[in-house]
Design a protein around this ligand. Sequence first.
Ligand SMILES: C[S@@+](CC[C@H](N)C(=O)[O-])C[C@H]1O[C@@H](n2cnc3c(N)ncnc32)[C@H](O)[C@@H]1O
Ligand code: SF4
Ligand code: SF4
Length: 348
Amino acid sequence: MSDISDTTKGTRPDAANGTTPATTNGMVTAMTPDRAMVNVTGRCNSRCSYCMAWREDRTAGEPTLEELLHIVEHAAKLGCKAVGFSGGEPLLRGDLEDIIRHVKSLGMYPALVTNGVLLTEKRVRSLAAAGIGSLSMSLDTLDADLYQAIRGIPLKQPMEHLLAAAALKLMPMGISVTVSARNVHSLDSLVEFAGMHGLLVSFQLYADDVHLANADASQMPEWQSLEAAAERLITLKEQGAPVTNSPEYLRSMAAFVREGAWLGLGRCLGPQREICIDEALNLVTCWGMDRKIGSLRDADLTTLWRSEEFAKARRELAGCRRCLLSCHFENSLRLLAMEEAATAGDKA
Ligand SMILES: C[S@@+](CC[C@H](N)C(=O)[O-])C[C@H]1O[C@@H](n2cnc3c(N)ncnc32)[C@H](O)[C@@H]1O
Ligand code: SF4
Ligand code: SF4
């Protein structure tokens, strides 16, 4: 559920390189994916209150290195430009660098989101040598007690790792903030912290019924607090702070809680343009729900991506507004703007 949308800035509009999504009589058919998001493990060494990863034993279906290398080859052939690694905790895999190297050799942009526990200086150098494009660490607060309450482990080690990694300046780095009732009033301090250390900062609203979420509606902030927080964050962004979210996303947080509505996004392109692979190697429609298209142990990625089963799911999800995951929202906004620009260019 990480937002790597900012990592693909500068890529040409799909229409310009001949990979415009295919449609037949306006019906969605096989789509050219923009990027893949792969949960490389279900294991975790953290204890976050809003996440299911550590509560269940997910060791059984862990993808092998060979399976993952094969999958990213299919992703490249399908047209993906970037691959984001998540989990569980992706740094628990000692072979992550092998996968990153392969992604890079296939001409795609590898990105990673981590809890930071294993982000030692040695590991940062190893990730950089493998060719990681960018790296984000999840950090919801600077307050040690609050961090422990939200994420279930002490802040000390991830914070030391983050500061040491940022000082190395080996790759663009950011912090990923999950916005909940507990931290909604202190988001500005994270923006200030990011600015001081040369980090980007992205926000994602807590979700109580998405893939891996630990359903707990009490963690959802009140819309009034979100509205106030969004306006402050937009002002800071306008003043040059390194907030990667769009104003549309930030304003949608309050609207989503208040009335289940987005602001400024026409439609979600998640199932059309983003490959999502879960920690047990299932291709899923998106991270906004647990809808599996099939196991990548029974069929290859290309076959499942182009399958009738997925086409049916895409038809059913046309117009879906069920979640406000920033990864899908921000990338949809970017892709729709590119489509619009390409259409305007064709007409000119
Ligand atoms: C599932 S984690 C996996 C990667 C890594 N373990 C980490 O925590 O960064 C990816 C991101 O999803 C966020 N997340 C987890 N549960 C969430 C939820 N219920 N709603 C919104 N974001 C959530 C995490 O805070 C983290 O930034
Ligand atoms: S959010 Fe990340 S670190 Fe926290 S329990 Fe889930 S997978 Fe682990
Ligand atoms: S809005 Fe719907 S289709 Fe889009 S990611 Fe969320 S659940 Fe999936």
